[in-house]
Design a protein around this ligand. Structure first.
Ligand SMILES: [Zn+2]
Length: 277
């Protein structure tokens, strides 16, 4: 097993754990609710297929940071979780830890808090981390920011987590994929119906039934938890950044997911600061 696959596998486990904490998993499963043969396009998670959908060079709406205080907060940190696949639902406890708290300001979207684990030691070092991820957050289209209230930053190489109005970031995750990971996690925060996001659950389920295809194996295996986040990144890529993905991948997505793409197209989203089309 390559290190890459191991990380991907870990991501799947951790993301699932995070979801289990807050939702009841739906009983109806589109994969089993009809006789259609369902399939998926990509074997890997959609964050890992193309690292250049959004890059360092893309514009960001990030304006400034303001230090508020250092204080103890209660939130998740998967480094403290004991992974036992048979009992994972009992392991995802929040913990108390100290964090440097910053307020981050953006053009044309509300400010958020950035909570940097005090393991970064000094306010200056914490601020450096906060600025890196505030910039990436600012590169995301505004429709993904609507329900976000905070980012939480830890050290370590783990999959990021999205939901509960927050994205949990691990700073040693592949830097090249940070923008795509932020996009995926913010989709959980603002669009995903399992976190009361804006996507209509029934309409989305109908789109799955009509498409009879999933973007990735991850979405196929965990459709309730991951289909929206996995799909939306590639809807965005084909709609706004078609030159960043291969023609082959572009054509597969357009061909196999027309109803999901149509649903997202019809939402009248605010893309700022991304110039789409
Ligand atoms: Zn996810």
């Amino acid at each position: 097993m390559t290190p890459f696959k191991f990380r991907l596998l870990k991501n799947i486990i951790f993301l699932l754990i995070f979801c289990f904490n807050t939702v009841t998993v739906a009983t109806e499963d589109p994969q089993q609710s009809s006789n259609f043969d369902y399939d998926y396009i990509f074997e890997q998670g959609s964050v890992w297929i193309d690292k250049d959908i959004i890059t360092k060079k893309d514009p960001s709406s990030f304006v400034s940071l303001e230090f508020i205080e250092e204080k103890q907060i209660e939130w998740w940190d998967q480094r403290t979780w004991k992974i036992n696949e048979k009992q994972y639902e009992t392991t995802n406890q929040k913990i108390f830890f100290n964090a440097f708290i910053f307020r981050a300001f953006f053009e044309k979207s509300h400010d958020i808090l950035i909570r940097v684990n005090s393991e970064f030691k000094t306010q200056k070092k914490a601020e450096k981390q906060a600025a890196i991820y505030a910039k990436i957050y600012g590169q995301m289209p505004n429709f993904l920011k609507e329900r976000a209230r905070s980012l939480t930053i830890h050290k370590g190489n783990f999959g990021w987590l999205g939901g509960n109005e927050d994205v949990i970031i691990y700073t040693n995750l592949s830097r090249a994929h940070s923008e795509e990971a932020m996009f995926h996690e913010l989709t959980h925060v603002s669009l995903d119906f399992q976190f009361d996001g804006s996507v209509n659950e029934n309409e989305w389920r109908n789109s799955i039934l009509q498409d009879k295809y999933y973007i990735t194996r991850y979405a196929y295996d965990y459709f309730f938890q991951e289909d929206i986040a996995e799909t939306t990144l590639w809807w965005f890529a084909t709609k706004c950044k078609p030159n960043t993905v291969s023609k082959k991948n572009y054509n597969k997505v357009i061909k196999h997911l027309p109803n999901r793409l149509k649903y997202l197209d019809s939402q009248d989203y605010d893309f700022y600061p991304v110039v789409c089309e």
